[in-house]
Design a protein around this ligand. Structure first.
Ligand code: FES
Ligand SMILES: [Fe+2]
Length: 463
């Protein structure tokens, strides 16, 4: 069993970076510590920006018993704690527009305008003046920042800004066009697993061989190169024994499976453009030919979607100037799978020590005027629903049984690969840093290392 650090107040702290103590995923005291020391200090993805198109539009975000109103004012997006300044009743739930009526408390009818200023107190004369100070009656603001097409909120007024917390990967993701995308669909499900177990299922591609065999079989050379034992991790991503054309067809098959499997992350409109390029003239060398094919595909996707009016980035240019990984994490519980011009986005929130709410959005660009109506509520499904796209369904199959296995006698810690499961360790040690109240700037510096760390190594942190 991992040795407890006698100096630490954190139960089940990670003391050996490649061994993660299992009670972190079910222990009540550890969960309580996260509720008290982690969640109130981190940036939480509260909503999509397109859900608030007009001034006065608002949407409620609630998490672990706290509720916030996120609203568009004439000066931009703001957030307020969702509680009446009289006797604390929650003002609103769901979503709406406050332009005509403001926010009206359902208990005694006090009222606030969209900027959070109190505009009405019923029976004012019955209150002592001291109780009616305008500043004190205003709704309490909550920090809110717009990024990646989302609004992120933070309950901690002293936390570093969102950009300072996330670090350089944020700029790279924006260059890839995240703020210009909007939701095409949004699913939510409850999974019987700790929120970290659910997150960690996406921190490595090592599970593809067994969990998503269709992807591995379509392009075995890619996966063998990355994870295969025999090659020692070194090999060719392109199969040199096949012709360039056979290689291109294999790559395309993989694209199709990814598109079907995620229902959007690689959009059908992109697959169709690639399909028309299968017979394009290429050099005979498979390595060179496949690289060139990808270049042509990305160029054509950029050009064709731009011609349709979509404000997509130049895919070949950003791949060089601002490369991002297959999965990019926005600590603590939001992550993106940014592929060509579309993205799958995930948010995972604890609902108890061994349950979480798991949401997926499919995001893409639309030409002005072609945008779908903003989706205001997720489609809620059981986690084993056939309606989920095949790839998430495969991931969901493992997550609950991993949670069960963690309770087995003698299973005291998870053993990590130092080379490709490093992110799981890095994440857990940054969580420990929050639980121990380490300096915010050091935690932010460590959080920056999560950018591009998918399939990455264990890092050392100086806190
Ligand atoms: S509690 Fe809101 S008006 Fe009384
Ligand atoms: Fe997966």
């Amino acid at each position: 069993m991992a040795e407890a650090d006698p100096k630490s107040l954190i139960p089940f702290k990670v003391t050996e970076p490649d061994r993660i103590p299992t009670p972190r995923y079910y222990d009540e005291a550890f969960y309580k510590l996260e509720c008290d020391k982690l969640w109130p200090h981190v940036w939480q993805m509260a909503c999509r920006v397109e859900q608030l198109p007009e001034v006065g539009d608002w949407i409620e975000y609630s998490h672990l018993g706290k509720s916030v109103i996120v609203t568009r004012t004439k000066d931009g997006i703001r957030a307020f704690h969702n509680a009446c300044r009289h006797r604390g009743v929650q003002l609103v739930s769901g979503h709406g527009n406050c332009k005509t009526q403001g926010f009206i408390c359902p208990f005694h009818g006090w009222r606030w305008d969209g900027e959070g200023k109190n505009s009405f107190v019923y029976g004012r004369h019955m209150f002592d003046e001291r109780q009616l100070d305008a500043g004190d009656l205003a709704l309490i603001p909550c920090r809110a920042e717009e990024a990646l097409g989302c609004v992120f909120i933070n309950f901690d007024d002293d936390a570093p800004s969102f950009a300072d917390t996330i670090g350089p990967v944020l700029g790279r993701l924006e260059k890839k066009g995240q703020s210009g995308q909007r939701a095409e669909w949004w699913f939510s499900t409850e999974i019987p697993a700790n929120w970290k177990i659910a997150m960690e299922a996406f921190m490595e591609g090592y599970h593809v061989m067994r969990t998503h065999p269709q992807l591995q079989q379509a392009a075995p050379m890619i996966y063998n190169m990355m994870y295969g034992m025999d090659t020692g991790g070194i090999g060719l991503p392109i199969n040199p024994n096949l012709s360039v054309r056979e290689n291109v067809y294999a790559q395309f098959k993989h694209m199709e499976l990814l598109s079907e499997g995620m229902s959007g992350m690689l959009h059908t409109k992109e697959v169709e453009i690639a399909r028309h390029l299968l017979e394009v003239e290429l050099p005979e060398d498979p390595q060179q030919g496949v690289m060139m094919w990808y270049g042509i595909v990305q160029h054509q996707i950029t050009e064709k979607l731009r011609a349709r009016g979509e404000n997509v980035p130049d895919l070949n240019a950003v791949a060089v100037s601002d490369p991002v990984n297959a999965v990019e994490f926005i600590f603590p519980n939001y992550f993106l799978l940014p592929f060509m011009t579309s993205t799958s986005a995930y948010r995972i929130r604890p609902t108890g020590p061994e349950t979480c709410q798991f949401e997926i959005w499919s995001l893409t660009h639309f030409a002005p005027g072609d945008e779908p109506e903003p989706i205001m509520e997720p489609t809620v499904l059981p986690y084993n629903s056939e309606e989920f796209p095949p790839i998430p369904r495969q991931d969901y199959a493992n997550i609950p049984i991993q949670q069960k296995g963690l309770h087995a006698k003698g299973f005291d810690f998870m053993r990590l690969s130092k080379d490709i499961e490093g992110m799981i360790s890095n994440y857990n040690r940054i969580i420990d840093g929050h639980l121990e109240g380490k300096p915010a700037d050091k935690l932010a510096a460590a959080t920056h290392t999560l950018g591009g760390n998918f399939d990455g190594k264990i890092f050392e942190y100086d806190f």
